[in-house]
Design a protein around this ligand. Structure first.
Ligand code: HEC
Ligand code: HEC
Length: 85
């Protein structure tokens, strides 16, 4: 083993440690219900941007406001993963 190998292994161990120490994901996924199923299909067929156009037809409207600590609601599917939880 050269010094370089040891450094490479050291960096690898450090990266894995950081990844394992990351907090669990808390952002809710796109729900797997019938309301959202068609957006999942659109995202798979035409891309996430095409699906995201529909989200604000409901979300953000009166009675369905975003919580006050919700981040800037754009590119929904960048944060809300498609796979149901
Ligand atoms: C037809 C209206 C409608 C549209 C369009 C819609 N949603 Fe929803 N969404 C709802 C309703 C109603 C709920 C709350 C009940 C539920 O969980 O299904 C909800 C809940 C959610 C939740 C919260 C899940 C949780 O665990 O708290 C997320 C995230 C979400 N929607 C994302 C999206 C995204 C992203 C889009 C666009 C791709 C979208 N929604 C489009 C009606 C809609
Ligand atoms: C930068 C990341 C990010 C983006 C972009 C984003 N969200 Fe969220 N969203 C979150 C996080 C984190 C939470 C959970 C924290 C909370 O409860 O506010 C959340 C929670 C939600 C909830 C649960 C109720 C609420 O308001 O907390 C809904 C519904 C939702 N998002 C819909 C959407 C829709 C629709 C879009 C696009 C118009 C969107 N989000 C864009 C990160 C994001």
């Amino acid at each position: 083993m050269t010094k370089r190998d040891i450094i490479t292994i050291g960096i690898g161990v450090a990266v894995v440690t950081v990844l394992l120490a990351a907090p669990p994901e808390t952002t809710p996924h796109l729900p797997g219900d019938s309301t959202h199923a068609r957006f999942r299909a659109i995202a798979h067929e035409q891309g996430k941007k095409a699906a995201e156009k529909f989200c604000k037809n409901c979300h953000g409207k009166a009675g369905m406001e975003f919580s006050k600590d919700h981040p800037d609601p754009n590119r929904c599917l960048f944060c809300h993963k498609l796979t149901p939880q």
